[in-house]
Design a protein around this ligand. Structure first.
Ligand code: HEC
Length: 160
């Protein structure tokens, strides 16, 4: 199922404004939308590092990065995760991605949809608790495409 956008005519003006602004804040990979490396995406999804700072002296290095996605999502079957966000197990199946259709214009459009959610969740879910990873520069466009690939690719353990 594609995410429900709040773009309808009933959305209050303020929400429309946020959606417009956040859409403008999305930067795409230089090479355009193409499938990345799901194994690299998996590493970032599982890493809790990046941008953490604690006043008692602990902090991440600028080179530490990750999405900490399991803090809020259940992703691979049987791996414990958080429940603040929706369950993402079998996410690629939900989008009906197969190895036959993944490189068609429709398949790439679905990859783009998920890229946008991870890059800047607020363009679809205004003021969501989900961090805007790309917008804040925590993850690069390449990182985001690798994570979207991990969620959707038929070979990824997310879809086993
Ligand atoms: C602080 C909690 C939090 C973290 C961390 C987080 N998310 Fe989310 N995520 C959410 C919430 C909450 C939603 C639901 C959107 C809403 O209604 O606000 C969501 C929605 C999503 C969706 C859309 C689900 C759908 O129904 O289509 C995807 C995809 C997603 N997150 C992927 C990720 C990935 C990948 C990461 C790590 C890079 C991540 N999230 C990190 C909270 C989080």
């Amino acid at each position: 199922m594609l995410p429900v956008s709040l773009n309808g005519s009933h959305a209050p003006q303020a929400i429309q404004k946020v959606i417009e602004l956040e859409n403008k804040n999305i930067v795409y990979p230089q090479w355009g939308i193409a499938w990345g490396d799901w194994q690299e995406g998996k590493k970032l999804v599982e890493s809790s590092r990046g941008g953490r700072y604690a006043s008692y002296g602990f902090s991440d290095k600028p080179t530490d990065k990750g999405g900490n996605c399991y803090a809020c999502h259940i992703i691979e079957k049987g791996v414990p995760g958080g429940t603040l966000g929706p369950q993402l197990t079998g996410y690629g199946k939900r989008y009906e991605i197969t190895k036959e259709n993944m490189n068609t214009p429709e398949g790439l459009e679905k990859l783009k949809t998920v890229y946008k959610i991870i890059y800047n969740a607020w363009h679809a879910f205004p003021c969501s608790a989900m961090p805007r990873f790309g917008y804040h520069g925590v993850l690069s466009p390449e990182d985001v495409i690798n994570i979207a690939t991990y969620l959707l690719h038929p070979k990824s353990p997310v879809n086993k």
